[in-house]
Design a protein around this ligand. Structure first.
Ligand code: HEC
Length: 111
């Protein structure tokens, strides 16, 4: 399972993100907020983490499911910290997603 994920992520790393990766599905600009973080994982973490796709992996959906607006809530802080390392996306997406993860971890600590 882990090997398959590594192989697929390695294959994705070769593909360059096009300019549409700077935008939300509704055309708005990508930011470092949770709506943008969801757009980024929906774009890059399928089909494994998309429970609405036939090729999803139950173990992956158990960690986070991109069909849920609150997709990141079931994740532990350790899992959140690992997430940017699994992302292979444009520099902009990498930066915004990293910023969102950092802020989300701070929000959790403040709770
Ligand atoms: C090829 C399928 C696949 C893709 C694509 C994929 N994942 Fe996963 N992911 C899995 C599976 C299966 C698991 C559960 C087993 C494991 O921990 O590796 C998992 C687990 C995880 C975990 C939990 C790791 C832990 O130690 O508990 C994180 C975090 C994660 N994925 C992040 C991501 C992110 C972020 C993306 C997109 C950038 C992504 N994954 C894309 C299959 C995938």
């Amino acid at each position: 399972m882990r090997t398959a994920a590594v192989l697929l992520l390695a294959a994705c790393a070769g593909a360059r993100a096009d300019s549409s990766s700077a935008f939300l599905p509704d055309g708005g600009p990508l930011r470092n907020d949770s709506e943008s973080a969801l757009a980024i994982v929906r774009r890059h973490c399928g089909p494994c983490h998309h429970s609405d796709l036939p090729d999803h992996k139950p173990e992956a959906v158990a960690v986070f499911d991109t069909t849920r607006a609150d997709w990141h809530l079931p994740m532990t802080p350790e899992q959140l910290k690992k997430a940017p390392g699994r992302l292979r996306a444009s520099d902009l997406e990498q930066r915004l997603f990293g910023e969102w993860v950092k802020a989300e971890l701070e929000r959790r600590e403040a709770r």
